[in-house]
Structures are given as C-alpha cells and as structure tokens.
Design a protein around this ligand. Structure first.
Ligand SMILES: *Cc1c(COP(=O)(O)O)cnc(C)c1O
Length: 421
C-alpha cells in the first residue's frame, strides 16, 4: 500500500497534487511519501514485536538525508555498504551503535572511519577482511564487534543480478567453512565475534528461500555455540520483494516474514536484525516525467519522455517492470492503446516499456513511474550530460525539495581543465 492515489482524477502524493510539484520543480523528478516510508518501517518493526530486534534500513535503496532522518526519527538503524553511506547515516543523526557495516570489500580507511565514529557491527565477508578489521582495531586500541556473513547456498529465485546467496556468488563465506572461519575470528584479539549474518538476495517474492536460509542459520547458531562462540545476534539481511505490477500476485507481507523468523529462529534467544531496503523505499517513491513527443513509427507509437535510463536504470539493467500511470487519470471507459515508452538517451536500452497499454497521451502530459523509490535516484547518473534529477519529499499537505536539480553550470564546472590546456 502507498499514498499515491487519484482524487477527482488527479494523482496525489499524500495530500499534494503531483502536477503541482511538477509545476514547482519541473520534470523529471522523484517524489517520496513520508507516510509510506513510515508505514513500511513500522510493518517490519511490528512484525518482529516480542523479539529483541532492530530494523536497519538498507540505505543503498534510497539514501537522501531527509529519507534517512525520517526513518531514524522513528528508531530505524541503518545498514551501510560504504564510507559514504556511513557518513550519510551519521550526518542524518544516526548513532554509531545503530549502524551495521556490510559490503564485500571494506577498505582500511572505511574500517577506521566506522571504528572511530562508532559502529554496531561489521558484517565480515572474508578472512582477509577479518585481518584488516583486526589490524585497524588493534591500531586504534578498540575491539571491533563482528558477524560473519555466511552464504547458505540457497536459490533466491530472483533476477541473477540481485541473487547473492548461491555458492557461486561473490558474497560471504560458504556455510561449510563456518566452523574454521569462526575459530580463526575468535583467535584475533581485535575482534569480538557476536553473531551471524546472511543476505540471500533482493526482490524475493516467496518465503521458501528465506525459510531454507534461516533454518541453516539456526543450525549454524547451535553448532557455533557448541564450539564455544557466544552467538547473540543474527542479522538476516533484507530482500523481501515488492509488487512492481499491480496486476500480479503480491509478494509475502512483512508480517508473514516476521512470523517465519519467529518460527525458524525464535527458540534461540538471540537479538534479530533485518536489513530491508526495497520494501521500505520502493513503493514510497514515484518518478514523474513529461511526454516530450508522441512519435508514430512503423506499426507502433512511441511515447518519448523527458526522463531516461540515466534517471531510472532499473528497466535497462534488470529488465524491471514499473507500472506507468498518467498523472491526470484517464476518463473512465476510454480505450487504451499500446505504446513503446522510451527516454531520449542514445541507446536502444533506454526503453522503459514495450507495447504498454496506456490511455491516449499527448505531448506535455505527465506520467508517473510507480515503485521507483528504491534503487532509483541512487543509481542515477549524468549520462548524456543530463543533470541528476531532483528529489522531493511530501509530508501530508507539505512538500520540500530534498535535493535540488543542479544547474548546467554546476554540472559543467565540476570538471577542471589541466594547466596545459
Ligand atoms: C542490498 C542489501 C540489502 C537490502 O536488500 P533489499 O532487497 O533492498 O531489501 C540488505 N542487506 C545487504 C547486505 C544488501 O546488500
């Protein structure tokens, strides 16, 4: 559920007409709903009620300071995967002890920044990384809390580019080696081994793979405890999918996911962490774009938008589907027609949808891409020298630009000319 609904034929973001935002900031732009962000956070938080837990928002999904602050204010922790994300979380007021540092290649500098500024734990992905964290911790005279990311070798049944829990993926250590790796970690005096981490992929639309993975984590918890490790925290990753197509069957609910966690891990008396990203931000954001031209091709009509693959890369990168809706609702009963919906970038991949049934549209009309809040703005680039598009946050009947569109001069002047030119 989100807060982007039609009222009297006009699409609203909470209590603000989307067209009004378009007039104020120009198109294309991203708009997020505070109420939807909070609703999704609370769904997870409530799903784990009764267990000692922390919901750490995987901020790589959408990392604007205003989004982070919105979630931090209701108690969210953050899952970060880089120094930049760590510093963003701190800048948004998140305490170090609520920041989990994930990622497959943390550098010494990143480790130092987190150990100095405070960190809840590092999720460690390899023995060399363990050595690096140990080294930096000893150098700073502190002890670094860590979990080890285990790869449970389950098929997440999702797009290959976002599956992470099979043995052939680059992530984590094979669960079969856990015993040896934990023994090694325990031998390093700069580390405090507090738990286990696992994240099997993104946009999972069934609970089965989670169940398999968490059962393996439960067994591993008991085994490692019997080997003398004080396993007191389990980080279960993120990955619960969202309904990108309204017409499709909806993925499992956070409440069902929470129930599964209780069933598989509830008996272990551990603290639970989860790292949802997409489900918190995805349906909390739209990308709004304007039709520049309607071009009639041979046997097909193209809607050429002012938004492009550099602004929202998911269709080009993951063959992702986004529902695209007119900002002014079509008259009831009007006949839909198929359009190829494309951006102006010089790549055939700059195609958002082929033969998508839409009400008739004209140049100047606004359309909204649903479910664009996660992995949208954060993956944008300035390819084709198209400035990054602005982000707007709505709260009830108010809205604010939370990242302004850079001017062309700002974009150009980021480059510098060497002295010999
Ligand atoms: C990407 C990622 C997440 C978030 O995944 P979603 O599918 O957005 O919920 C959580 N944890 C780790 C380690 C990740 O890499």
């Amino acid at each position: 559920m989100d807060h982007f609904l039609y009222r009297d034929g006009a699409l609203y973001a909470e209590d603000v007409p989307v067209a009004e935002i378009a007039s104020a900031v120009g198109t294309p732009f991203y708009v997020y709903s505070t109420a939807t962000l909070l609703r999704h956070f609370h769904l997870f938080d409530d799903a784990l009620a009764g267990m000692d837990h922390l919901v750490c928002y995987a901020m790589k999904a959408a990392s604007n300071q205003a989004i982070l602050k919105t979630l931090a204010e209701v108690g969210a922790g953050m899952d970060v995967v880089s120094q930049g994300e760590y510093l963003r979380a701190r800048a948004a007021g998140v305490a170090g002890d609520k920041i989990v540092f994930s990622g497959v290649g943390k550098t010494h500098e990143e480790i130092r920044t987190a150990l100095t500024g405070g960190v809840r734990q590092f999720n460690v992905e390899s023995e060399p990384e363990m050595d690096a964290i140990n080294e930096v911790a000893l150098e700073l005279g502190v002890v670094a809390p860590i979990t080890v990311r285990v790869n449970p070798d389950v098929d997440a049944k999702t797009h290959a580019k976002i599956a992470t829990g099979k043995s052939e993926n680059k992530f984590g250590i094979p669960i079969s080696r856990a015993s040896a790796v934990y023994a090694y970690a325990a031998s390093l005096s700069g580390l405090d081994v507090i738990g286990i981490d696992c994240h099997i992929g993104s946009q999972l639309t069934e609970l089965g793979p989670f169940r398999l993975a968490y059962q393996k984590v439960a067994e591993l918890t008991e085994m490692l405890r019997s080997e003398g490790h004080d396993i007191r925290r389990l980080d279960l990753g993120g990955g619960l999918g969202i309904p990108y197509e309204r017409s499709n069957e909806a993925p499992p609910l956070p409440s069902e996911y929470g129930q599964l966690i209780k069933e598989t891990l509830g008996h272990l008396n551990v603290e639970i962490e989860i790292e949802p990203g997409r489900l918190i931000a995805g349906n909390a954001g739209l990308m709004v774009s304007k039709v520049i031209y309607v071009k009639s091709g041979e046997g097909r009509d193209f809607l050429i938008l002012d938004g492009a693959m550099n602004d929202l890369i998911r269709p080009a990168m993951y063959e992702a589907h986004h529902d695209i809706v007119p900002v002014t609702e079509a008259e009831p009963g009007i006949e839909q027609r198929p359009y190829d919906i494309v951006g102006p970038v010089c790549e055939s991949g700059d195609t958002f949808a082929k033969q998508r049934m839409m009400p008739p549209l004209q140049a100047g009309d606004l359309v909204a891409f649903r479910s664009a809040g996660a992995y949208g703005a954060v993956m944008a680039s300035e390819y084709n020298s198209r400035p990054l598009i602005p982000e707007v946050l709505v709260h009830g009947d108010q809205f604010a630009v939370i990242r302004a569109r850079p001017s062309f001069d700002e974009m150009i002047n980021r480059d510098t000319i060497p002295s010999w030119l």
